[in-house]
Design a protein around this ligand. Structure first.
Ligand code: AMP
Length: 249
């Protein structure tokens, strides 16, 4: 079984996002970038499945500019066998990414595609679902547990009512939740070894996929600042303030 894992390079989750003064976007110069957090869970799960003997190869793929190579390299350092970088320029939207990934899937013929549930930069939560539609494969989204049973997957998902377990036939798309596992750290020897693992570079333009954005971003602005809260000494005081000051009861 071969597992393809999609990894996206995003602004690190610890970075305080700043809006550019002219409102044309957010500041990305000299800002720390990392792998999208749930994509780390996707790689971890694929590597664990390989370690359990149920998969033979884990391939990491990223769609982005030259620097996205670092994200692929990190996946190699935690256990992926080889990498693919599909080079694009400028903003690339979920539909374009899923069309690019469709081409990669057609070439690589994986049995499973693991992805993150959502990218923390655009918060779209679309790419996995769109890829499943384009390939006409079953999908299991928000996976918090995955069991591989031959050509069948048992996937537990967190839903509003609690936990739901579904069965999907392989080949399938699985989008991974942060609760799926605890991603390992890359050790120094593995970072060194990863430098020797191959990364194939492909130009998106050679895949005959239209990656032009469909959405025009008009303006980016910070949300209005929230007023500081207050502490009340008793329930009576709270009720009195809700009644007389906030006038909500
Ligand atoms: P999104 O639909 O943008 O919230 O992204 C969901 C998931 O799709 C991410 O967690 C990644 O696994 C994958 N993905 C999105 N964009 C890219 C990209 N440019 N390169 C690789 N994977 C991506």
């Amino acid at each position: 079984m071969k597992i393809l894992v999609a990894v996206k390079r995003v602004i690190d989750y610890n970075v305080q996002i700043r809006v550019k003064e002219d409102g044309s976007g957010i500041v990305t110069d000299n800002v720390k970038m990392s792998t999208n957090p749930p994509d780390d869970n996707a790689i971890e799960e694929a590597v664990k499945i390989k370690e359990s003997g149920k998969a033979t190869e884990v391939v990491a793929v990223s769609v982005g500019d030259e620097k996205a190579q670092e994200t692929v390299r990190k996946a190699l350092a935690v256990g992926a066998d080889r990498g693919i970088l599909v080079k694009t320029e400028g903003i690339i939207e979920p539909l374009a990414v899923s069309k690019v990934l469709q081409k990669v899937v057609e070439k690589e013929k994986p049995d499973l595609v693991f992805m993150g549930k959502q990218a923390i930069d655009d918060d779209c939560n679309q790419t996995g679902q769109m890829l499943a539609a384009l390939l006409n494969w079953p999908q299991a989204t928000f996976a918090s547990k995955i069991e591989v049973k031959d050509k069948l997957l048992l996937v537990t998902r967190e839903v509003d009512e609690g936990l739901e377990t579904i069965e999907v036939n392989v080949p399938a798309i699985v989008t991974c939740d942060l609760r799926l596992n605890e991603p390992r750290y890359a050790s120094l020897p593995n970072i060194m070894k990863a430098k020797k693992k191959p990364i194939e570079q492909i130009n998106a333009s050679d895949l005959e996929v239209d990656t032009k954005p469909r959405i025009e971003q008009i303006k980016v602005e910070e949300p209005p600042k929230r007023k500081a809260g207050i502490k009340v000494a008793s329930v009576e005081e709270l009720v009195q303030k809700l009644k007389n000051e906030a006038k909500v009861i």
